[in-house]
Design a protein around this ligand. Structure first.
Ligand SMILES: [Zn+2]
Length: 658
């Protein structure tokens, strides 16, 4: 345990010579300080939930049954003022307190609506990034109670992003959106902020009348114009779900219908473009239903957010949040939509019990996403996507170090914030594991039957890896199957997976051959048969895989980079995925004329998938390090806090001032 905290305190990426010097210095000069910190961290961690190292709450003692949120959104002060009605139940008769998670919230009052009594509460200890423990005395409440909590968020709420009009497409109105996963809902509402329990919710939301409010719920009736000039929106989410899926966005929004269950929402300047890009949503939904069972959430709307949204997509029920970086005009990046649709079952219906089991959300979802692609575009495309994911996993694990405990499929998060463990590992290693299991049990059809069974059994529940494993072993009792599977290594060993599933690599052959030609060119500078036609018939995913393969090799020479650009015109390619890889290749090869383009790229959007690798490349090289740090400080306030913190960590900067 202590070793774990020591690792956490001394966390650098792979220790460079410099950081080893730092560790030595620390070990000789600051031993006392370190052990004091370890003691404090250990003590604080002890008060966290035994079932969830990222939450204080104890739903095993007293649990939330329903939440009603009454929210007023104040753009001038950048706060939400709210009242939460929390219907709860004592699970243990003599339980004295109900523990909620809060982060930066001001609590005004708490009373019990059932008895009418004011309740005493204690705002307890704070653990950095995790938040603060709010203990409410429920000793005198009945077995069923209803807490009414008046509160306000901080303008620095880590789960809310407030944008001024200049940061939007329309430039006239402000915009606000939330991001609850993994542990930020507690900075928006007081709640038992653990995915270990699920609750339905309803809400009434007041916003300035020229703006639209949306939530991860069904819209109830039309909005109501209030006498005070505000507008009231009502929502209801009858399906129980983890608190991290509660989501809100407010802005000057319009919608276009793209299917019987789907509307696309965005600012009017981009809404038509977005409607074109995501027009295949219904077809994907139907395909997902054929794999996973009926869609229970009623509607599937999509909301395109301003560019600072830090993720590709967020699977908020009824209303997927999407980055505008997907709007490339040719539907080539809509695998993100297939991914978010898949979460409607894996993640939102069957949910990880805590974030150590995040692969149950993301590995399953990546697996289902590729099954959807396979059914719509053919099994060779499914395999190509899987192989691309495999190369990206290798890239991730090389960067993290193949002995890093965070490369385990089920990592230990005690003393760590889930954001620190966030990487491609749960997505790609998890999905590869399921693909491997699929082959062990005799193919896609047999495993798909099991997948349906798994979703049926665990719908509306939160589970851990052992629940999945036990169900699998019960469903496939054959000894022959069991003997093949090395569960321990797949689940609990760091590094690359022990086995690579058999995949159809035929689509890879031409990409491999093109990569080899370019490597030969790079090594010898000899003219080869490379022409501009080489990739003219490539799909976007094939181009990306070609660039991924080049990224795995030694840095390319300036001459090779220039020739690549002359033939394939990468400099003028505006697809964000292509741009990311091309800029990385150039920076890695020492082409610092691309510095400005790289900074423009990170400043134009806030998606962590794009920020992190570019900042990592810029930081790695002494020539570009200072510019990268200066640029970060100049633009950090335009980024969502989670993104700013991650980039600060990559560049070894203190996150205290963020
Ligand atoms: Zn996901």
């Amino acid at each position: 345990m202590a070793e774990r905290f020591l690792q956490c305190l001394l966390k650098t990426s792979k220790p460079s010579d410099k950081s080893l010097v730092k560790i030595n210095w620390l070990s000789y000069r600051s031993k006392y300080f370190i052990f004091l910190q370890i003691f404090v961290l250990l003590k604080m961690a002890q008060s966290l939930s035994p079932n969830d190292p990222s939450s204080f709450s104890r739903p095993d003692l007293a649990t939330t049954l329903h939440l009603h949120l009454s929210l007023s959104v104040n753009f001038e002060r950048e706060t939400i003022t709210g009242v939460v009605n929390l219907k709860g139940k004592k699970n243990v008769p003599d339980v004295k307190e109900m523990i909620l998670d809060i982060k930066g919230l001001t609590i005004f009052y708490i009373y019990d609506k059932v008895t009418g009594a004011d309740l005493k509460y204690v705002i307890g200890e704070t653990v950095a990034d995790i938040g603060t423990k709010l203990s409410i005395n429920i000793e005198n409440c009945l077995e069923s109670f209803e807490l009414v909590i008046g509160y306000e968020t901080s303008p620095k709420s880590s789960g809310l992003q407030w944008l001024n009009p200049k940061q939007t497409s329309g430039k006239k109105h402000p915009f606000m959106f939330s991001q609850g996963q993994p542990t930020e809902m507690r900075s928006i509402i007081p709640c038992q902020d653990t995915p270990g329990i699920k609750v339905p919710y309803s809400a009434d939301v007041r916003v300035p009348k020229e703006l639209t409010a949306l939530m991860s719920a069904l819209r109830v009736g039309n909005h109501i114009d209030l006498p005070d000039g505000n507008r009231l929106y009502l929502f209801n989410q009858p399906v129980p779900m983890p608190t991290y899926l509660i989501a809100i966005a407010v802005g000057a929004l319009e919608s276009r219908r793209v299917g019987p269950r789907s509307e696309v929402w965005a600012e009017k300047e981009i809404v038509d473009k977005a409607a074109y890009e995501f027009a295949e949503a219904e077809q994907m939904l139907k395909t997902a239903e054929s794999i996973c069972g009926a869609y229970v959430w009623g509607i599937y709307d999509m909301l395109v957010l301003p560019p600072s949204f830090p993720y590709g997509g967020m699977e908020n029920p009824c209303l997927t949040f999407i980055t505008p970086t997907l709007l490339v005009g040719d539907r080539s990046l809509v695998d993100v939509i297939a991914h978010e649709i898949s979460h409607s079952w894996t993640g939102n219906l069957v949910t990880n019990g805590n974030f150590e089991n995040f692969w149950l959300n993301e590995g399953f979802t990546t697996f289902v996403e590729r099954k959807i692609i396979g059914k719509m575009q053919g099994s060779r495309m499914r395999d190509l996507q899987t192989l691309v994911g495999y190369v990206e996993l290798r890239d991730t694990i090389t960067q993290m170090g193949d002995d890093s405990p965070l490369t385990k499929l089920v990592p230990d998060l005690k003393g760590l914030h889930p954001d620190e463990a966030f990487s491609r590992v749960p997505y790609e290693k998890g999905s590869l594991f399921l693909r491997y299991l699929e082959q062990c049990v005799g193919g896609e059809d047999k495993f798909e039957e099991f997948l349906k069974h798994y979703i049926k059994i665990f719908s509306y529940k939160s589970i851990n890896t052992d629940d999945f494993k036990n169900l699998f072993l019960e469903y496939f009792p054959s000894k022959e199957i069991h003997e093949k599977i090395d569960w321990q290594t797949w689940l609990y060993s760091p590094g690359m997976p022990p086995k690579v599933p058999d995949l159809d690599a035929s689509l890879m052959n031409k990409i491999n051959s093109l990569t080899n030609q370019w490597i030969a060119f790079n090594n010898s500078n000899e003219i080869t048969s490379i022409t501009e036609k080489d990739i003219s018939k490539y799909s976007t995913i094939e181009v990306l895989q070609f660039l991924n393969q080049l990224l795995e090799k030694e840095p390319l020479s300036m001459k090779t980079l220039n020739t690549l650009n002359e033939l394939y015109k990468f400099d003028s390619n505006n697809n964000f995925e292509t741009k990311l890889r091309w800029l990385r290749l150039c920076l890695r090869g020492g082409d610092f004329t691309k510095l400005k383009a790289a900074l423009n790229f990170v400043n134009s959007q806030g998606r962590m998938k794009y920020l992190n690798p570019i900042y990592r490349e810029l930081y790695k090289n002494e020539t570009t390090r200072k510019e990268a740090i200066d640029n970060f400080y100049q633009h950090k306030d335009e980024m969502m806090l989670v993104a700013a913190k991650t980039v600060a960590r990559i560049m070894h900067l203190s996150s205290n001032t963020l």
